[in-house]
Design a protein around this ligand. Structure first.
Ligand SMILES: [Zn+2]
Ligand SMILES: [Zn+2]
Length: 132
């Protein structure tokens, strides 16, 4: 048996000013194809690793936050601009982190695709190739 409480995950922004440490395992890992995430990250889709707030510890400098919609807090580094986190009213008590911010992103792999109705067609490439 593995002791899940002993697992730690760490990461931060590109310049290193903002760092976070997360205790335990994530609740989910998902690819989000929604328009809001696309704009907030300038990426085709976003891979999110979701944790409970009590697992989250921001170190030293905390991020700045941008409200992409009412009640939403998208965390980013005010020095280098790296987008880092998401918290919103639809996921009360949770903070989600972008997989690219982790020191060891290979630890996680997405299990679910969400908001696929907004997806760029090629961004669901695995599904398309499965259909052929
Ligand atoms: Zn930074
Ligand atoms: Zn999204």
């Amino acid at each position: 048996m593995t002791d899940k409480t002993s697992s730690h995950h760490a990461g931060g922004c590109q310049c290193g000013a903002v760092r976070f440490e997360l205790k335990g395992d994530p609740r989910f890992v998902s690819n989000c194809h929604c328009l809001s995430c696309r704009k907030a990250t300038s990426a085709a889709f976003s891979t999110w690793v979701g944790f409970r707030n009590e697992q989250v510890n921001w170190e030293a400098t905390t991020p700045n936050f941008y409200a992409s919609s009412s009640g939403v807090k998208r965390g980013f580094c005010s020095t280098c601009g790296t987008p880092l986190s998401y918290a919103g009213p639809d996921w009360d008590g949770e903070t989600h982190f972008l997989i690219g911010a982790f020191d060891h992103p290979i630890t996680f792999s997405p299990r679910i695709e969400v908001f696929t109705e907004d997806a760029l067609p090629w961004a669901l490439g695995r599904k398309v190739s499965n259909d052929q």
